[in-house]
Write a protein that binds this ligand. Sequence first.
Ligand SMILES: [Fe+2]
Ligand SMILES: [Fe+2]
Length: 175
Amino acid sequence: MSRFSDGVNGQIAYEFGASQQYVAIAAHYDAQTLPRLAAHFYRQAVEERNHAMMMVQYLLDADEPVLIPGVEPPRAEFADVVAPVRLALEQEKRVTAQIADLVKLAREESELVGEQFLHWFLQEQREEVSSMSALLHVVERSSDNVMLVEDYLARESGGENPLEVGAPPAAGGAL
Ligand SMILES: [Fe+2]
Ligand SMILES: [Fe+2]
């Protein structure tokens, strides 16, 4: 397996790990009857799963091995209503750095098709860091009245993410 394909297989684990972390956060909010926060993170979990499946499709197209590695267990207990969103923002920043490292690896290895595949993910990370950072502002500002966060999400969420339009195909189809 090429070094680049090995890196993509590693990133598949990080994307599934991100998906599981978002399921854990969604269930945490759901258990507290915060349905909008829960729905937001259930949706994010599906998006991360789709990112992993886009990478699976890339490896299939490139005729490279698909490993589906195991993932680190997510954090499921949180001190307060802000902590999960803070963790989510840290996770998005970490994934941004991981994708950037993969792009650098693609350049080192002259994997130009692979580098082009990753460009969408760079754009996606910019959007995800930005929207999670905005949500953190709202949650921090409303930490003593979390229903304001629910109202905010009811008002502001919805509408198709324009970046999803140019998204790479996902193995088995995106959910
Ligand atoms: Fe992702
Ligand atoms: Fe993400």
